[in-house]
Structure formats: structure tokens, C-alpha cells
Write a protein that binds this ligand. Structure first.
Ligand SMILES: Cc1cc2nc3c(=O)[nH]c(=O)nc-3n(C[C@H](O)[C@H](O)[C@H](O)COP(=O)(O)OP(=O)(O)OC[C@H]3O[C@@H](n4cnc5c(N)ncnc54)[C@H](O)[C@@H]3O)c2cc1C
Length: 364
């Protein structure tokens, strides 16, 4: 018998297990995948740490969480400064004075503000009816055409004129020469990868991989007093109320025989014609000097049941359905539902750590 059966060896499960073990509890962690670390898993390909389930950049304003993760990993000084490629023209992101200078040749913040105000005025949109009108009324036509339109259409698989205006409530415009995307107090990438970080969290905890909880639920439940479930909440209830929907991403990863392919970890392709949304060059997250490089092209894709779930869909249907599953979950007195899938919520890593720490402290 264990005190806790923890379903999912991702960040939520690992933090919970670490804290429970420190408090003297016994834990069994299981995961249906053949590796730990969930979606923050990194694997070595040609000596380069590759983020298999999408690029993960740690950033937080929470000092406690920053100190917490630094127990398990040494973080480097990586600062996310993505670049946009529009038909071969390169722009700094987020939209800032470097972007405006490249776009219009303006030099001062006053000139940049004037240029944007002029384009917003020319468009003369009083009540934006769709995402296109919303973006133009916030940032003007040039920024919309070159940096928003194509990228957004690829992400959603629909023209911006058919997307609701509320998707973009604001477009952050920075009138300083600052390419630091997250602008967080603490930011970095673990030098040895996220998998090593999670491995240290799970040090001394029993982990069984390749075990699907839902396929052997009764026997596994019998092993512990309490279950911490970090898998999809709808799957737990056998989709009895219907499927919660996700947006998905497909990654095409390739090893290239060059030491530096694009000079930056993240390049967004903002034109409509390039089929992928981003190229990630993994070595630049840790300033790698290997003779080869590994890149991942990211394609936004429609999700269907059975696909890897990535981003929850924040619309009314899914929000309401989640609330109905939550009512059922609250009745499961032996089970804690946590993490991005258990709570059907987009959580950055710092937030998932915060949430797991709060939960484990409240139950211990
Ligand atoms: C594409 C993408 C990019 C992201 N980039 C960033 C970023 O740059 N910075 C940032 O802070 N955050 C980022 N995030 C968020 C980050 O991925 C999450 O905060 C984190 O992975 C959540 O951890 P988790 O433990 O809740 O979930 P997961 O990592 O998904 O772990 C859940 C685990 O449960 C297992 N499981 C599920 N069902 C079962 C079952 N039936 N039996 C056994 N095991 C099961 C799964 O295999 C999985 O390993 C990103 C997310 C996505 C989708």
C-alpha cells in the first residue's frame, strides 16, 4: 500500500510526489508514456537537448517558484527574443521600437506612435466585427498584414475575417528597444534539460512507466489511499458527457548538417504561404556549440479524439462541459484532479508548480 498513487510523471505529479515524500508519505508514480517529465520532456539528439512536445521556456515573477526549481536544476540566462520572418523580411518580437524601425524607418517613439495612429485612423473602424478589424484598429494595417494575419490564420485554420474580434483583446506595443518577450523577473532553461530536472524531483520515488491507469484502474486504485490524477478529466469519466476539445500542434523534427541554421531559438513564420507557424532551433536555448543542429517545424493542426491534447479551447461549449465534469470529479472523494489535463486549463510551468505546491500543502 502507498499513501498516494500519482497518475502522470509530468511537472504536477513530480512536484506533488517530491513534497509528499519529504513529508514522509509513500508514493507510486505511474505514467502511460515510456518516459518521465510529461510534456516538458527533453531528449538528447546528436548531443542536443530537444523539446519533444514543443519549446519550453521557463519564466516566472514568483520568487518562491524560481527558488523551488533551482533546487533541481541550474538555469542559464536564456531570454526569449523571437524573430518574425515575413517572406524573408525579419522583425523583432514582441512589437517594439526595433520592429517599428525595420517596418517604417522611424527612429523615435513619437514617430512610431504617430505612424500607428495614422494607420488606425485611416482604417476608421468604430466597432470591430472580426479579428482582422480588431487587429487593425489596435496596431494599424502594416503590423496586421505582416505580423498578425498569416500567423493567426495558420493557427486557427481560418481567415481572420471569420474569427471573432475577442480573440485579440489587446496587442502589446512596446515603445522601447526591448526584445525580451516575457519580461519576467526570472527566466531561463535548465542547462541539463527538463528531464534531468524532473528526475531529481522524483529522486527516491518509485516510478513505473508504460502503465495506463485507466486500463487497470481497479487494481491500481487498490494500491493507495489516495489518487492524484493528472490525465485528461474527460477520459477519467470515459468521455461520458462528451469530448473536451483541444488545439493541436504537429512537430517535424530534423537533424541538419550545419552548426547554426537560423541564429535564434524561435523564428515565427508570419506569412500565410509558409505552411508552418514556427521553427525551433533547440541548441540555441542552451547556447550549444555542437557541429550539427536540430530544428522542429511546428504546424498547427485540428485536434480529433485520440490526438495528443495540447491547448484547451477556451470557448463556451468546452467551458460548460468542463464544469459538468468538475461536478463529477468533486464527488470522487479519494481522487485529486490536477495539472493541465486534470483541470482542463492552460498552465505555464510556474503556475503548474504553484498549483501542485498549494494542493500538496493543503492535503498534507
Ligand atoms: C506546445 C506547448 C508549449 C508550452 N510552452 C511553455 C513554455 O514555454 N513555458 C511554460 O512555462 N509553459 C509552457 N507550456 C505549458 C507546460 O507544458 C505545462 O505547464 C506542463 O507540461 C504541465 O504539466 P502537467 O504535469 O500538468 O501535465 P503533463 O506534462 O501533460 O503531464 C501529464 C502526464 O500524465 C500522463 N497520463 C495521462 N493520462 C494517463 C493515464 N491514463 N495513465 C498514466 N499516465 C497518464 C501523461 O502521459 C503525462 O506524462 C507549454 C505547453 C504546450 C502545450
Amino acid at each position: 500500500m502507498y499513501d498516494y498513487l500519482i497518475v502522470g510523471a509530468g511537472l504536477y505529479g513530480a512536484v506533488f510526489a517530491h513534497e509528499a515524500k519529504l513529508a514522509g508519505k509513500t508514493c507510486l508514480v505511474i505514467d502511460k508514456r515510456d518516459h518521465i517529465a510529461g510534456n516538458i520532456y527533453t531528449e538528447s539528439i546528436d548531443g542536443i537537448d530537444v523539446h519533444r512536445y514543443g519549446a519550453h521556456i521557463f519564466h516566472t515573477n514568483n520568487r518562491e517558484v524560481w527558488n523551488y526549481v533551482n533546487q533541481f536544476a541550474n538555469f542559464n540566462r536564456y531570454t526569449n527574443s523571437p524573430v518574425a520572418n515575413y517572406h524573408g523580411e525579419l522583425y523583432n518580437l514582441p512589437f517594439n521600437m526595433n520592429t517599428f524601425n525595420k517596418m517604417w524607418g522611424v527612429v523615435t517613439p513619437a514617430q512610431a506612435k504617430e505612424k500607428i495612429a495614422q494607420q488606425v485612423q485611416e482604417a476608421n473602424i468604430a466597432q470591430p466585427k472580426n479579428l482582422e478589424e480588431q487587429a487593425i484598429s489596435l496596431a494599424g494595417r502594416d503590423i496586421y498584414e505582416k505580423l498578425v494575419k498569416g500567423y493567426t490564420e495558420k493557427q486557427w485554420g481560418r481567415p481572420c475575417t471569420e474569427l471573432p474580434a475577442f480573440i485579440i483583446s489587446r496587442l502589446p506595443l512596446r515603445f522601447t528597444f526591448d526584445n525580451n518577450y516575457f519580461n519576467a523577473l526570472y527566466q531561463g532553461i535548465p542547462n541539463e534539460g527538463y528531464t534531468a530536472m524532473v528526475e531529481r524531483m522524483l529522486d527516491g520515488v518509485e516510478v513505473r512507466l508504460g502503465v495506463d491507469y485507466l486500463e487497470d484502474k481497479a487494481n491500481l486504485d487498490a494500491l493507495a489511499d489516495c489518487v492524484v490524477y493528472t490525465g485528461p478529466i474527460d477520459a477519467y469519466f470515459d468521455f461520458s458527457l462528451g469530448y473536451l476539445e483541444y488545439r493541436s500542434v504537429r512537430f517535424e523534427t530534423e537533424v541538419l548538417d550545419t552548426d547554426n541554421y537560423q541564429g535564434n531559438a524561435v523564428v515565427n513564420y508570419t506569412d500565410r504561404e509558409t505552411p508552418y507557424t514556427r521553427i525551433i532551433e533547440h541548441k540555441h536555448f542552451v547556447f550549444g556549440t555542437q557541429p550539427k543542429t536540430v530544428i522542429s517545424r511546428e504546424y498547427s493542426s485540428e485536434w480529433k479524439p485520440g490526438d495528443e491534447p495540447y491547448y484547451p479551447v477556451n470557448d463556451k461549449r468546452n467551458g460548460d462541459l468542463y464544469q459538468q465534469y468538475k461536478v463529477l470529479a468533486d464527488k470522487e472523494s479519494k481522487v485529486i484532479f490536477g495539472g493541465r489535463l486534470g483541470e482542463y486549463k492552460y498552465y505555464d510551468m510556474d503556475k503548474v508548480i504553484e498549483s501542485a505546491l498549494n494542493k500538496v500543502r493543503s492535503v498534507l
